[in-house]
Each structure stands twice: as C-alpha cells, then as structure tokens.
Ligand binder design. Structure first.
Ligand code: SF4
Length: 455
C-alpha cells in the first residue's frame, strides 16, 4: 500500500488526453512507433472505435472511477488534447473535426485547452488546416526531420524540403499561430555542416517551438538492418553530442528557451501537453497502443489497430444510450456504482485499486486495456524526479514534498549528492536542476536517480 498522498494528480487539476492515430502513408526507415502503412481501409472503423473508447472513459468517470481532480460535474475536464501518431493529418480535416467533436461530447474541454495535431509534410493543405482550426485545433506539430535531400531518402521520409516549407506556409496561412517543428540529428552520413544548415533553415521559418531528437537506431527497423548488415555506418555519438551543443547555441541566439532536454520554445509556447508527462501528471490515452496514467496506475491499450477495433466493436452502445446500459450496471468484482448513485469523489490509491481491474474495465467498454501496472510510491517518486530533471525548471523541492510527503534530498540523497559532485546536477533556488553537462549525459543522470529506487 502506498503513502496516502501518493496520487499522480493529487495537487493538480490538470488532465491531458492523447489520441493515437496509427496510420501513415509509408513507413519511415528508422521508425519503430506503433504506426502502419497500407491500413487506411481501417480508418472509419478505427475512428468509431476511438469514439467508443472516449465514451467508455466518460461513463467510467461519471461513475466515479477516475481522478476527481480533473472532473467537473460528471465529465472529465481536459486541459490538453494531443492527436499523435502515426500521421493524424492523413485523416483529413473533416474526420479530425469529427474526432474533436466526439471529444467534446465525452469530456469537458477547457476553453483555453491546448489542442495539438501532429502533421507530416505532404498530408496537409490550407483548406484542411482551416477546418481543423475551426474544430478547435490550435497547435500544429510538423514532422520535418530534415531539409536535406540526401538525408530524407535515407530516413525513408516521403517528402521534400519544398513540401516542408509548403506545409509550414500553409499552416501560417490557415491561421495557426502555434507551430512546432520536429528535427532529427545524428543521422548516418550527416555532417556537422549538414546539421547547421538544417537548423538554419528551421529557424528561418520562425516556428514557435522546436523538438530535436537524436536518431536512435532501433532493432527491427529498415535502418537497423542496413547498419547491422554493414552497408551503412552507425551514427557517431560524439558527433551527435556536438550537434546537440551546436543546436543549443544556435537556438538560444535566436530567442528559443531550452525548457526540456529535447525541446526549445519561444516565450509562452512550451508544449503544455508534454509538460504534463514531464511533471508526471495524469493523462488518458485512447487508441491502439495508447497509455494512460493517473493516480497510481498505468494502463496500456492493445497495440494492433484491427484488434483494437474488434475489442471495441461489440462493447458499447452508441452515444446517448450509455446511461443505464448493461455494461455500466454490471456487477464488478470489487465494487459497484450506478450512474444514479455515483461514487464519492475520493481517489486515494486504495479506492482506485478497488476499481481498476481488467475485468472491471472490460465490463465498462474498455476491453482494449491489456495491461494495468500498479506504480508504488517509491517508483512514483523516482519517476517524478527523473522526469522533472528533463525540464529546465528541475525538481521543485517544496512541490515534491507536498506531493509525496517526503523530502527529495532524503529520498535520493546519495544519488543527488554524487551527481552534484560530478557537476551534472545543481541546487537552484529551492529546485534541483540538470546542468548543461548533465543534459548532455541525461541518460546517466536518469539511470542514477532510478537506481536510488531499485538498488
Ligand atoms: S511518419 Fe512518423 S509515425 Fe509514420 S512511419 Fe514515419 S516516423 Fe513513423
């Protein structure tokens, strides 16, 4: 049993919704995400399944089965929505609008909610973007990866530099005033000069936000096979570190705040949805392979899109028939509430535990959840510390203590002291932050903090 204060959302009224769209035009050569080319015939059924999953979460919340912190009346309040993938913009403007409207039917979307849609160049035009804006999307995240005509095919990206510029201009023309670009560095054969050119071209476009990721070659991808077969050189980690340093210099010269290890933003343009993850706050994920995290549990949905659809197809009646349905009134193994007699809005860990079994979720239209992991308090503390250290704001010692009833310097005293002595962490006005050198060696810092939990 965890500490009674151990609650992912205990001191926050923030809640985010992630919607996974697993469809892509083609599979990039480095990609090991849960995304698929050639499955577009599944899109209509998939969107209907996602809608049903949202209805099911909403119904569960109405019965008291979710964190009260983000609930208003009987609906969960959302501060952020993120349509990720995959390539959500493959759906087209109308389907994205319908999806957002289904969100509003199931959740209370805050008036100032950040609503991000991920896009790939070549899959958007001004008309589509305008209909997304009208539907409430207010942030666009474009997967650029590179502008370089030699590197784009090596990555298996099916767009050109001109497509990127066209997509960006279309976003601005349509009226998006919050646009982020994703870039990738440390690509085989890429030189420091290549990277500098990519950075310059990205900054020339004046995006509000940039995410820069070092290429990680994942087993099972086409790129991995090529490197493993000796046909392509592995990325050089020292060169990748130089690229990272160069990016930090270049972006800070151009007014971008390095607020997270891989993310830079103009003032006021940090990604609020991703901040929820890094602050270890609650979120619900819907769609194939999506994860949810709240209170002291983490849930994972089945990854295969066809299986995801199949598990939702017979599960729930259409919207409007939810109240009083058989699935909601089914007896549960460890507790039962009807919509007429909602549970008291109390969500200490033990209360959540008593609700969330796979059987209970399945009986409530959520048979897509195939994994439930109980996160004990020491693990929550280590994960929160580790995630917070990704952010420039670091671990706020006071907030940490309020949330967990424990002093972070006591909980991880030995690890923090060691990392401070190595110049990787530093105390800064009531917070513990990662130093510039610590950011370069981020993984070592995080592993050391986690080891405070596991050794
Ligand atoms: S577009 Fe994104 S999700 Fe789709 S295959 Fe490429 S990297 Fe993967």
């Amino acid at each position: 049993m965890g500490h009674p204060m151990a609650n992912n959302g205990a001191e926050s009224s923030q809640l985010g919704l992630y919607i996974h769209i697993p469809f892509c035009r083609s599979k990039c050569r480095y990609c090991d995400f849960n995304s698929f080319a050639g499955l577009s015939r599944l899109i209509p059924a998939y969107l209907e399944a996602v809608r049903k999953e949202m209805v099911a979460w909403s119904a569960l919340s109405a019965r008291g089965g979710l964190p009260s912190v983000a609930r208003d009346a009987k609906k969960l309040r959302l501060n952020t929505i993120y349509l990720g993938g995959g390539t959500p913009t493959l759906l087209g403007g109308e389907a994205i609008a319908a999806l957002l409207s289904a969100c509003r039917a199931s959740f209370q979307v805050e008036p100032d909610a950040e609503i991000t849609v991920e896009a790939n160049p070549g899959t958007i035009d001004v008309a589509q973007l305008r209909s997304m804006l009208v539907a409430g999307a207010n942030r666009l995240s474009i997967g650029v990866q590179s502008f370089n005509p030699n590197l784009l095919p090596l990555l298996g990206r099916n767009h050109t530099r001109q497509d990127v510029v066209g997509a960006y201009r279309a976003a601005r023309k349509a009226g998006f005033d919050n646009v982020s670009l994703d870039l990738m560095y440390g690509i085989p054969t890429e030189t420091l000069e290549d990277w500098e050119k990519d950075l310059e071209q990205a900054v020339e476009l004046e995006p509000d936000h940039l995410s820069l990721y070092g290429l990680s070659v994942e087993q099972g991808t086409a790129l991995w096979a090529e490197i493993d077969g000796g046909r392509l050189a592995s990325p050089d980690p020292d060169l990748a570190a130089d690229m990272y340093i160069r990016a930090d210099e270049h972006l800070s010269q151009h007014g971008y705040d390095h607020y997270e290890i891989s993310n830079w933003a103009r003032p006021g343009r940090r990604c609020r949805h991703n901040l929820l993850y890094w602050r270890n706050l609650p979120y619900i994920g819907v769609g194939a392979g999506a994860h949810s995290s709240f209170c002291s549990v983490r849930l994972a949905n089945v990854r295969d899109p066809a299986e995801y659809i199949a598990r939702l197809t017979p599960a729930l009646p259409v919207w409007g028939e939810t109240r009083g349905s058989r699935s909601l009134d089914s007896p549960t193994p460890r507790g039962r509430h009807t919509p007429e007699t909602p549970a008291a809005p109390s969500f200490a860990r033990s209360a959540v535990e008593s609700y969330l079994s796979q059987q209970f979720l399945a009986e409530n239209g959520l048979a897509v959840v195939e994994e439930i992991v109980d996160i004990d308090q020491p693990t929550q503390m280590a994960e929160t510390a580790m995630l917070n250290l990704r952010l420039s704001e670091g671990i706020d010692e006071h907030s940490f203590c309020r949330r967990f009833g424990a002093d972070v310097r006591q909980a991880f005293g030995r690890e923090i002291e060691e990392l401070e002595n190595l110049g990787l962490l530093a105390g800064q006005g009531g917070a513990i932050v990662t130093t510039p050198r610590g950011r370069l060696l981020g993984n070592e810092v995080f592993i050391r903090i986690l080891s405070g939990r596991f050794v």
